[in-house]
Write a protein that binds this ligand. Structure first.
Ligand code: ADP
Length: 267
């Protein structure tokens, strides 16, 4: 780093000040590098679907297809890539709001089991299309959690979407229970898993386990970055464990729990 500060001094204080300045400079450089990388990634990620849309639209315009079936395939590609593009723009918009600290959260006491039921309801159709079941179990008398219900829907749908996307056979199971440190939520699948060496990076923006994986499966590479941001903004934590070819498990903890549960009697 060319901004390195060197101090020849016997004084420990000045030495540690120099160290602190060097550390700061190093952090700043890292921020710059990651921002540069982020913009390079955005340009690349946006260009890819646009290239598809452009290419297939032109092919249709020039009647480059051999059959009606082929024409339908081109239209499907254009549609899917447009959806991907629009999802990506939505995700980028969310992330930029989070970066600027401008995301507004409607924090209130929420029954997370109700939120999860809604999210499962929205995902179950996609799961069934792949022949996957979603098992769901929730502990009785789960207390309310202090969070934003709509944002939690987004978090749960993202995790369920990934579980469905990266699982070919078996099942997805969702469990919710309470421990001393808060409410726990686990989303587990029996899918392709993630290599251990890659686990630390999967919450990074645009990070994909295999570059080709996401294209084939239709993701944006931004989902988990958003999930982690949203969970942490609401005071929660998320961690992942996975075994290649066996499956993946995401576990969330929400420590801000109501003292007494208000659901339960009506269960
Ligand atoms: P994507 O839109 O590509 O799914 P995410 O940020 O949601 O992006 O996830 C990042 C990467 O982590 C994915 O591309 C995939 O390789 C891996 N991944 C996420 N969830 C799972 C899962 N349940 N099983 C296996 N791999 C997963």
């Amino acid at each position: 780093l060319d901004t390195r500060v060197t101090v020849r001094s016997t004084s420990d204080e000045i030495g540690s000040l120099a160290q602190a300045i060097n550390d700061l400079a190093f952090d700043l450089q890292r921020v710059r590098d990651s921002r540069r990388e982020f913009f390079a990634n955005i340009s690349h990620e946006l260009r890819t679907p646009i290239t598809y849309v452009e290419g297939y639209a032109k092919a249709l315009k020039d009647k480059m297809y051999q059959s009606e079936q082929e024409k339908e395939q081109y239209l499907d590609i254009i549609y899917e890539e447009s959806v991907r593009l629009s999802n990506m723009i939505g995700d980028l918009f969310d992330l930029s709001k989070m970066d600027e600290g401008k995301i507004s959260l409607q924090m209130e006491w929420v029954d997370l089991s109700e939120v999860m039921e809604g999210a499962i309801h929205k995902s179950v159709f996609r799961a069934r299309k792949k022949g996957l079941d979603i098992e769901y179990s929730v502990q009785d008398r789960l207390p309310l959690a202090y969070c934003d219900g709509n944002r939690m829907t987004q978090v749960f749908i993202n995790l369920l979407d990934n579980a469905i996307r990266y699982t070919e056979k078996g099942r997805i199971s969702v469990t919710m229970w309470q421990e001393e440190d808060g409410i726990k939520i686990a989303v587990t699948d029996t899918g392709m898993g993630i290599p251990e060496a890659e686990l630390p990076y999967i919450f990074d923006r645009f990070y994909r386990v295999e570059k080709s994986r996401s294209r084939q499966y239709g993701g944006t590479g931004l989902g988990l970055a958003i999930v982690k941001n949203l969970v942490e903004l609401q005071g929660g934590t998320i961690f992942v464990t996975s075994k290649l070819e066996k499956g993946t498990r995401f576990e969330l903890t929400f420590p801000n729990v109501a003292e007494t549960e208000t659901r339960g009697e009506d269960r």
